[in-house]
Design a binder for this molecule. Structure first.
Ligand SMILES: [Zn+2]
Length: 367
């Protein structure tokens, strides 16, 4: 190899080295930045593009107000270094409902929060938050129907929603099964947000509700749909359309999400006391809740990933499945760890005193 050739070879090798090295560097920095964020929250601004959503007082459009609030919620959440925010839309574009869920599933998100505005032909006002489920009454069905009718504007909707008819109350039933596993957590988030709406924001609390929303059906994580307020009510419409109102709604929603994630981190207990200091009280039984849903499942271990001693309790229209009943909190913590290891990643501890459900916090403080 003459000197010139050697030099050429050397430069080429160097270039390859530099290329490989920088590639590695990019990879490393990508993995570390992904690792830094503990939680991923998908924010979904309802409607968009050729779908204005509801049109209210002074022709205020739901899609515009929902987007503004959603972007602001994201801004607030991003202040927390632990939270990564993904939007289903950041501009005035139309996104198919099933694609919104896909975005969240692909991101393996911890939460899916869909933001909307309500409308009614009366002077109704106030905020309500929905989780996926069977509508308890016509009013809940109507809210879901209005939100679901969006799919009629999509191409190939019959194919993508497998014959689902947004106008038929019966057509909704099949939708609820997918979210079963996340119902408790979705309810928890929904009630935190609703209570913040009434206490912090002084909105009328219309409550946590269930109905068959298509957009919630496609996600594999706790999911809620917020109807911030009514754009058909003059006072509320003006508030929702104002910068002040939007930023206050956004701040409250972001705080609610933050509180939920914090509770999740602490296994739904606000402040777990040093466990060993707690005296064992025979009247109190701790259990690990594995799942809940409308399906009645045989409590055989093969139905519960090999876990034995499963207990099934009917609460209203739902069945709750518990594992590891004990008066000893350290023992139940171990049971929870086992359940998580078996794949029940969202298994959490519940407490009962003389058969009545109480908060774990209260159970631990009982002398
Ligand atoms: Zn909507």
């Amino acid at each position: 190899m003459d000197l010139q050739m050697y030099h050429k070879f050397n430069t080429k090798t160097k270039a390859i080295y530099v290329f490989v090295l920088s590639f590695c560097f990019i990879l490393i920095s990508l993995t570390t930045s992904a690792q830094e964020k503990t939680y991923t929250v998908v924010l979904d601004a309802g409607h968009g593009g050729h779908d204005p959503g509801k049109v209210g007082y002074k022709k205020f459009k739901e899609k515009d107000i929902a987007l503004k609030i959603t972007l602001e919620v994201g801004k607030q959440l991003e202040k927390n270094k632990e939270i990564k925010v993904i939007y289903t839309r950041k501009t005035d574009v139309f996104v198919d409902l099933y694609k919104r869920g896909k975005i969240a599933n692909k991101a393996d998100a911890d939460l899916f929060v869909s933001i909307h505005c309500n409308a009614h032909n009366t002077n109704a006002y106030g905020s309500e938050t929905y989780v996926l489920g069977l509508h308890a009454n016509k009013r809940n069905f109507d809210v879901a129907k209005a939100e679901n009718s969006v799919i009629l504007l999509e191409d190939n909707y019959q194919e993508n929603y497998k014959g689902f008819d947004p106008n038929s109350p019966e057509s909704v039933i099949g939708l609820t099964l997918m979210q079963e596993e996340y119902l408790d957590q979705s309810l928890q988030l929904a009630s935190i947000i609703q209570s913040k709406f009434s206490t912090t924001l002084k909105r009328k609390n219309r409550g946590v509700k269930q109905a068959g929303f298509v957009v919630l059906h496609h996600t594999y994580m706790p999911s809620v749909l917020i109807e911030t307020g009514f754009i058909t009510n003059v006072t509320e419409a003006n508030y929702l359309n104002s910068k002040n109102g939007q930023s206050k709604f956004a701040k409250t929603i972001a705080e609610g999400i933050g509180k939920y994630l914090m509770q999740l981190e602490l296994n739904t207990v606000e402040d777990i006391v040093i466990i060993d200091e707690v005296k064992v009280d025979e009247n109190i039984i701790f259990k690990v809740q594995l799942a809940s849903g409308p399906k009645k499942i045989e409590t055989k271990s093969y139905n519960f990933k090999g876990l034995k001693g499963i207990e099934r309790v009917k609460v209203g229209a739902y069945y709750k499945y518990y594992f590891g009943g004990t008066s000893n909190f350290s023992t139940v913590k171990e049971c929870q760890k086992r359940a998580v290891k078996k794949g029940y990643s969202s298994a959490f501890i519940v407490a009962f005193k003389n058969g009545e459900k109480i908060s774990v916090k209260k159970a631990l403080k009982t002398p």
